[in-house]
Unconditional design. Structure first.
Length: 303
């Protein structure tokens, strides 16, 4: 079953085209990454999925329920962790989660609330007023609020922004468990190593449009290879290899990073360097990662 279907969604704010015809299909049980620089349209797209913004054109469905015409059912299927720290200062953590449960018509939900709090290390803060919590603890409560109704689709908008390592590890352990149990997870993050570790498939947005969509392994395979990093203690890189250099500013120190597409190219490069009389002091082969892909795509280079 399709968890989220986004079809040609467009949204304009006066002269700004926030979304320029975005189409995505996210399958049930996926751990999906939505990446892009600030202003790419990620938050606008998430707000559209959550039904907080009405698109100018196109449609979004969650488990087949349209977020505009069938908002109530669509919202039941969705849990959203917002980027901003939004909370009610008049309630304790437990009261906040009970109130959130009530929005979805859930009564006697304490057993699941206790489990969520335990998994997010909130149990000892259950009776603490929200305004007395640290920023990291407030963010944990936001995650808990998104999960109180056991939604099959979970959207995390920058969930670890400005939080400590402990919360990151706690959060990812719990979210990974929910994903293994069949929940669909959509993640936006500026921590690309998180996306690479967690997501099986990613879409990259730039100026409101999808500029890359593939599995993580395929994206890394498609990028213009890995890098052969050389430190020369004698001589210089032959001129006919300089078109492969990715960081020319390092050449003054005798360091050259050469982009390679196939491992078979390494032998030819080394043979050419020996032939030129240069001597290699150190050598490393570095695998391409998501940051390499992201930077190339955002710079408009083909991958």
């Amino acid at each position: 079953m399709t968890a989220i279907q986004i079809s040609n969604v467009q949204k304009r704010y006066k002269s700004l085209q926030a979304l320029g015809g975005v189409s995505l299909t996210i399958e049930e049980g996926e751990f999906f990454g939505l990446l892009g620089p600030n202003g790419a349209g990620k938050t606008t797209l998430i707000s559209t999925i959550a039904g907080l913004i009405r698109p100018d054109a196109g449609s979004v469905t969650i488990h087949g329920h349209d977020v505009v015409t069938d908002f109530r059912e669509a919202r039941k299927k969705l849990g959203v962790v917002p980027q901003e720290l939004v909370f009610d200062p008049f309630f304790t953590v437990r009261e906040t989660l009970r109130l959130q449960s009530g929005y979805f018509g859930l009564k006697n939900n304490d057993k699941w609330i206790d489990e969520v709090m335990e998994n997010l290390d909130l149990t000892n803060k259950a009776d603490t007023n929200m305004r007395a919590l640290s920023g990291g603890m407030k963010r944990r409560v936001l995650v808990a609020q998104a999960l109180v109704h056991k939604p099959p689709v979970i959207v995390l908008d920058e969930p670890t922004a400005g939080v400590d390592v402990e919360l990151r590890q706690t959060l990812w352990k719990f979210i990974s468990r929910l994903n293994r149990e069949g929940h669909t997870v959509v993640l936006t993050t500026h921590y690309l190593e998180e996306a690479q570790a967690m997501c099986k498939r990613v879409a990259m947005l730039k100026t409101g449009k999808v500029v890359a969509l593939d599995t993580m392994s395929q994206l890394i395979r498609r990028i213009s290879g890995s890098s052969l990093v050389l430190h020369l203690k004698q001589g210089a890189l032959p001129d006919d290899l300089r078109h492969l250099v990715t960081h020319p500013e390092d050449a003054a120190r005798g360091k050259y990073s050469l982009r390679i597409n196939e491992y078979s190219e390494v032998e030819k490069i080394l043979a050419r360097i020996r032939e030129s009389g240069a001597v290699i002091d150190e050598m490393q082969l570095q695998q391409a990662d998501l940051e390499d892909i992201f930077l190339q795509i955002m710079e408009g280079k083909p991958v």
